[in-house]
Structures are given as C-alpha cells and as structure tokens.
Ligand binder design. Structure first.
Ligand code: C3B
Length: 829
C-alpha cells in the first residue's frame, strides 16, 4: 500500500515536492497560486468565499495525488471491490475533514496565520453537501471514511442531487422550508468522469422472438425514452494512509439536451423540454412520495442511479478483461436499505438479456453479489410500489420479478407445503388491495446476506418483520451494529478533547477506538477529573458563543446541557421531552421544586415537509421554550432552545457540548440510532430506553452510567396486543394530568386551545408510541440525572467512562464486521 516511488530520475524531486506540499510554506504558495489561476483574483481583492475555494482546491490537489496511486494499486492487485449503493450520502463539509485525514491541519493553520486569515472562518464558507435526510445517509458517509481508512477497495454509488435536504427556518415556532442551493458557487470537491457516462431506459414495452437455432424465447425491451447518467466523483481520503476511495454520484441529463430542429421551428420551450424532464430525476433529494407523481419520480431516481452503477461495474469488469461469469468474485454490492434493491432485477436483466447468460447461472451470480441492510422496522418505511406505476416505468423488470417470484414461490411451496398464508406473505407481489411490488422481499430473496443495524433490531427482524424469510433461510441473517467515524465525530468535532486524549493515551485510538479504554486509569484521579470537567465547560462555552452569534441568545455554561438532536418523528418522541419540561414548569410554579440545578434543553432536527404531526411537535418545543423563558420564576432555571437547520456541521458543534444525551424512542422502534454514539464518544451521559444501539451502549458503559427508563420492546408488544389505553396513565399520574390539561386548556400557550388540540387528542386516545405510558418513569430518570449532575465529580466520572468505553461504536469496527461476515474480504492481506 501507499505511494509507489517511481524509478525515474524525477522521483527524487517529486518526493521532495510532495514533502513540501504539506508544509506551511508549500500550502501558502499553493494557495496564492490557486487564488491567481483558479479563482482569478488578486489576493488583496479576495473575499472569504474566494479564500475558501482556493484552499479547497489546494487540498484537493493533495488528495488527488494519493487517489492516482490508490487506483493504480487496485488495478494491479485485481482486488475485490465493495460497492456501497445508497440513495443518500450525508457527507458534511469536506475541507477540515480532508485536512485532518491528510494530516495537514497544522500546516494549513500556520499558512493561514501568515496570510492573516482564520482557517475556521474560511472553512465556515463551505456549503454543506446535504445529500441525505438523516441517520441512513450519514451512516453511508461514516462507512466511506472507515472503508478507506481500513484500505477496503470501495466505491460509493449514489445520486448527485442538485438540491439537497431543505434548509430549515423556524418562524413563529413553525418550520419553514427553503431550497438548498449547495452547488450555487460550484463544487471544488467533485470531478466529472466523462468516460463513465451511462444510458438508462424507461417505459415502453417488451417483445419476444424465438431463437432460430434453439427455439428459445429471447426477450427484448423496447423503451419509450432514455436518460443519460453523468458521473461526478468525489475523492474520499482515508485517515493518514494515502488511500483514497471514490464516491461516484450520478447526474441525470437529457440524451440530446437541445433540439435544434424544434428550436428552428420556433418552439423555444419545446427545444429544452426534454432536458428539463430528464434532469428532474437528479434535481432534488427524494421528494415527498404521497402523490402518484412523487412515487413515480422516486422510483425513477432509484432505478436511474442503480442502473448507472451496475452498468459502470460491468464496464469496469470488462475493461479489466474479466469474464462476466466471475462478476460476483469481483464486486460485492451492498444495498443501503431497499432504495437500490431494484438492482437485483437490473443485474438479472443485464446478465440474461444483454450478456446472454442462462437464468440459473445469472441468478447464482446475482445472489452472490448482493447484500441487503435493513434500517427500519416501521411498516410504512418498507417500500412497496403500486404495480401500475412500476410496470409502466420498468416493463422488463416486472417480468423478471414475476419470474423470480414464480421460482421462489415454487421453492417455498416445496418447503412449506399447504401454508398458503405464508406464501402470500412472502410473495414479491403484494395482493392485499392494490397490487404492489414489495421491495424488501425482493431484497431478501436476491441477496446472500441480510443484516439489521443493532442487536435488538436484527433480532426483531428475525422474530417479526422478516420472520417468514428467517424461517426459510436462517443462515442468511446476521447483525452488524452501526458505528460512526471518530475522525469526524471526535477529532474534528472536539479538538481540545482530542488534544487531552492524545496527551494521556498517545494516538493509537485514532484508528483503534478501543484504545480509549486507557482512560479508565484516570477514573479515580481527582486532578484529571477536574481537567475533564473544565474541558467540558469550555466546550459548552464554545457552543454558547456560536448560539450567541447566530441566534442572539445567551446560554449559561454552568447549567446542564440536555440535548436531543435528530429527525423529528413521533417514535423518537421529542414531545415526551417537551411534556417533561412542562412537568418541571408546573412543579416550579406550584413551589414543589425549589433547588433545581439549572438546565438548558437544546433541540434540533428537521421534520418531513408533509409530516404535519412532526411540525406540530416543533411548534410544541418552541412554545414551551417561550413559556419558560419569559416566566420570571423559571427563566433562570430552565432554558429551552430549538436550534434551526440541524446539519452535520451543527452536529459537530453540538455533540461536544452535551452533558445529557436524549435517546428516548419507543422501545423496538429505533433500528439503531447513531447520534447516541457521537454523544457517547464526546462524554455525554445518556438517558434512554432499551431500544436500538442504546442497549449495547448500556452494556458497554455499565448500567450505573446510563439513565434507563421506560417500557421494553416485549412489554410494548404485550400492551399493544392487550389493548393499550393511554388515558389510564393520564388518570393515574397527577403530574401528567396537570400537563395534559394545561396543554388542552391553553395554559402554556396564552390561552390558545386550538393549536395543540390534535396532539392532546392523539396522545390521550391513540398514542401509538406510548408517550403517556413512559411519562412518569422518564420524569423519575430525569430527576435522578439532575441530582447526580450536582455532584460534579461523580458526573465527570460517568462522563469519562462514556468516552472510555465507546470503542465499540467506531465505524471501523462495523466495517471490519461487514468485511468478515458479509463481504468476505480479508483485511490482513
Ligand atoms: C435510520 C434509522 O432510523 C436509525 O435508527 C439508524 O441508526 C440509521 O438509519 C442508520 O442505520 N433510517 C433512516 O435514517 N432512514 C430510513 N429511511 C430508514 C432508517
């Protein structure tokens, strides 16, 4: 691995140049060069955006040098390549991350000093590539970092959305969405790869002809139109190992973007219509899919990027002169949720229709190629496509899916004779009501391995969601608990903590996070605990400065920072958190609570634009914030802040400053959660349910260092079966009653009884997510956390142990497990 020195004369000077490349002088000179040649401005006239761009270009140059050597070495050794197919990659800003991984941050800082710039100010100019919604997209980004750091040959394949996740504004407590123009000033981190352009067909019909010699049927797809897929590559540097992997994102373009003939006839709009229609495919991160049009577009996006990616693999396979029969030996394709699962039918189409391989062999290759990761148990998130939409867009694929299904059901009929209900459940085509294509079923049937993302989640998949499939193929199921990259989420997010850890542990933990266990030697060292506490307070101060600058609100750094940042969803229960704060408010007002340690409650996260209930939850948090912030009796004790436009970069500011990490989803609903891991690494203590990765966090950190509350997944299931009555809990708990009555009567909202009426009604009558049932126990756990926080030595000890025992949650560990159990890649080669 690493840079191969060439044998020519110039290698000496290249090596010196490479060395100098990374020095402060080298960086300063390169910066000035890019300012002239790339940005085209005299440095004296440049603004901060120009300076960011010049810096980005020179950093990219340094990444590119390593990229070339990495690609050469992959080709030379004919390695097995992991293709991570994902509709989302939530990368976060590149500049400081690339500098960190290359090891040039200090030099860059020095160069900036000499030029009288501030590196952080300049880095703040970078628009965040928000090509994902939340956990699933961010996981893909963490995995790219870890795969490269572990030197796993890998390509990430996805969509180059022109507009990423919307920018969130909070206006009068309500979410308002704005479009995200991240490409407005160009993107120095991507490189178009013209040799990789692909063509993707849609619609039309199929025809069959008879092979004259064999008499066999030959299928032909006669599509209605095709779209061009243009590849844009973003280099992903590994951590100080000179390895760079590729993230290849596809942009949709019209085959013929401008029709001169139509134009000459005078139809100016008509001449560009094709272009507009085609380009819609990669225009925006998946649109709301409630409408027919939305559904159709989303399926087009999925097929578009999946087809481009598989065609690209076939192209590269042939370029290396490998036989197509050996496809699965070369490519391991991981499906990030069901979004790219159409790839199973697409590879079958390519192998049978285009490569003319027989069905059985094609199926063996296909199954050996794919692995499927499931990320959710929520039934509404398991994708199903209405048959008419699917068949009209992909007429050949529906035939292939029917054939897969016919053979599969035959096997199941042999395996489970007479069990018609089971066959119906397992069928790739759902027949309840409108006919549907069930993408999760396709993904399981067409993959060699299926995994969940945390122990509990993987168990529930086997016991419940995918039970029939588990019973048919028990060996296909496995678990890989999620992880996050400590490079971005610890080193980049919290440089002072990183410096402290380096001071006492050295640097081994950067790539072996279990080495943080060494911190346990200091757990009874009063001096060190004091240092730990001071560092934490400084982190809170830094977040406080940012919030003062951006929102003009002052926070009290001595208060407990109690944080819930994640997508807004009923199952994540931000409303439980808000109701608890209302409980505190009521108890302070009644005089029951006197010496409460001051608390700052921070919330952040986006609600899907069409998810009315989630938007109401945001309004609730903001209303509570206004209430407690204005009341003279509570304003020094309670502060509630909804930080708008939560993002990767905002997360990097927030995690290091958290004391308490809110992980309060209804047990059995959060597949894993990954925010919990980022908090833990940065020394926040969790309050949470036995759900997702919380269970494993508590296992690692010890039950005495985790504030547990709430019903367990089996208890929830039981209650659901027996008939859950939320009102019983309301009637039993005086505090809950006071809170819910107050909310209903407008006590917390200046007499407004309407706004929260739907929420109150839902919680008292339905409460799908057991907010009422868990309220009292949550309040108990919260009050325990509050008490321990007052004992700062005890708290610091808990905090330190959270960091010390977070080793398992590095995405390096996750990727090692994928390599061993799914991809069969030997890392010690
Ligand atoms: C999320 C889940 O909700 C999280 O529990 C999990 O940690 C992450 O995926 C990563 O595995 N998820 C998501 O963000 N988007 C989906 N469509 C499905 C799951």
């Amino acid at each position: 691995h690493g840079q191969q020195p060439s044998e020519t004369e110039t290698s000496g000077t290249t090596a010196i140049a490479a060395q100098d490349n990374r020095s402060a002088d080298g960086i300063r000179l390169a910066f000035l060069r890019h300012m002239r040649r790339t940005i085209g401005k005299p440095v004296e006239f440049s603004n901060t955006l120009d300076q960011y761009r010049a810096m980005a270009h020179l950093v990219r140059d340094r990444v590119m040098d390593d990229w070339i050597t990495t690609v050469e070495s992959y080709v030379q050794h004919n390695v097995r390549v992991v293709c991570y197919l994902s509709a989302e990659f939530l990368l976060g800003p590149h500049l400081l991350n690339a500098m960190l991984n290359l090891g040039i941050t200090d030099s860059a800082e020095k160069a900036c000093d000499e030029l009288h710039y501030s590196l952080t100010q300049l880095a703040d100019e970078e628009p965040e590539p928000g090509l994902g919604n939340g956990g699933l997209g961010r996981l893909a980004a963490c995995y790219m970092d870890s795969m490269t750091t572990l030197e796993v040959p890998a390509v990430g394949y996805g969509l180059r959305y022109e507009f990423g996740i919307f920018r969130q504004e909070i206006r009068d407590g309500w979410q308002v969405e704005h479009s995200d123009k991240w490409l407005e000033y160009g993107n120095p981190w991507e490189i178009p790869a013209s040799e990789a352009t692909q063509h993707v067909s849609f619609g039309g019909h199929t025809e069959t002809t008879k092979d004259e010699k064999t008499g066999e049927l030959i299928w032909k797809w006669v599509p209605a139109f095709t779209v061009k897929g243009v590849a844009y590559d973003t280099p992903i540097p590994g951590y100080r190992n000179k390895q760079v992997n590729r993230l290849r994102l596809w942009k949709a373009e019209a085959e013929d973007s401008f029709d001169l003939e139509i134009f000459n006839r005078g139809d100016y709009m008509g001449a560009v219509r094709d272009k507009m229609e085609s380009e819609t495919i990669s225009k925006v991160l998946y649109p709301p899919d409630e409408t027919e049009q939305g559904k159709r577009l989303r399926l087009m996006q999925q097929y578009f990027f999946t087809s481009c990616s598989l065609q690209d693999m076939v192209r590269l396979h042939k370029l290396q002169k490998l036989p197509i029969e050996k496809f699965a030996d070369k490519w391991s394709v991981q499906l990030n949720d069901t979004h790219p699962s159409i790839g199973i039918a697409e590879l079958m189409r390519i192998l049978t229709d285009e490569e003319e391989i027989g069905w059985d062999e094609a199926w063996t290759i296909t199954q050996a190629t794919f692995g499927y990761t499931n990320h959710t148990l929520l039934p509404e998130a398991l994708e199903k496509w209405p048959l008419p939409i699917f068949a009209s867009l992909l007429p050949r694929h529906i035939e292939i899916i029917y054939e897969i299904n016919r053979r599969f059901l035959k096997d199941m009929q042999a395996k489970f004779p007479g069990d018609t209900a089971r066959w119906a459940r397992m069928s790739l085509i759902g027949e309840d009501g409108e006919k549907q294509v069930r993408m999760a079923n396709l993904a399981v049937v067409g993959s060699k391995m299926v995994n969940g993302v945390a122990k509990l989640h993987s168990e529930l998949l086997k016991e419940d969601t995918l039970k029939d499939f588990y019973e048919a193929f028990p060996n296909r199921f496995t678990n890989v608990t999620n992880g996050v990259t400590p490079r971005r989420w610890l080193m980049l997010a919290d440089p002072p903590l990183t410096a402290l850890l380096n001071e006492v542990l050295g640097t081994a933990w950067h790539t072996d996070l279990y080495a943080l266990r060494g911190l346990e030697d200091y757990v009874d060292d009063a001096g060190f605990l004091d240092k730990w506490r001071k560092r934490q307070e400084e982190s809170k101060g830094r977040l406080g400065d940012f919030i003062k600058r951006s929102m003009d609100v002052s926070l009290n750094p001595a208060s407990m920072f109690d944080v819930q940042v994640k997508r807004i969803h009923e199952y994540k229960r931000q409303h439980l958190n808000a109701l608890h704060i209302l409980g505190l408010y009521c108890r302070i007002k009644s005089g029951e609570l006197k010496d409460l340690p001051p608390r700052t409650f921070l919330f952040g996260g986006k609600a899907a634009p069409s998810y009315t209930y989630a938007k109401l939850m945001i309004k609730l948090v903001c209303t509570v914030g206004e209430l407690v912030g204005k009341d003279p009796q509570t304003k020094d004790l309670l502060r509630v802040l909804f930080v708008p436009d939560y993002s990767v970069s905002l997360g990097q500011r927030i995690y290091p400053a958290a004391d308490l990490s809110e992980q309060i989803s209804t047990a059995g609903k959060e597949a894993s959660g990954t925010g919990c891991m980022k908090f833990m690494m940065n020394g926040a203590v969790a309050i949470g349910t036995l759900d997702g990765a919380n269970i494993e966090i508590r296992e690692e950190v010890g039950e005495e260092n985790f504030f547990l509350f709430g019903l367990t997944a089996p208890q929830i299931a039981e209650k659901q079966k027996a008939g859950y009555r939320p009102r019983d809990f309301y009637e039993k708990s005086p505090l809950l009653r006071e809170v819910m009555d107050g909310l209903r009567d407008g006590r917390f909202s200046n007499g407004d009884r309407d706004t929260f009426a739907p929420l109150v009604r839902d919680l008292l009558e339905v409460d799908r997510y057991f907010v009422m049932a868990d309220f009292d126990d949550y309040a108990r756990a919260q009050s325990e956390a509050g008490k321990i926080f007052c004992d700062s030595k005890k708290w610091s000890r808990m905090s330190l142990l959270n960091t010390a025992r977070s080793g398992k949650f590095s995405s390096d560990r996750s990727i090692r497990e994928y390599c061993q159990n799914i991809w069969k890649i030997n890392l010690d080669r």
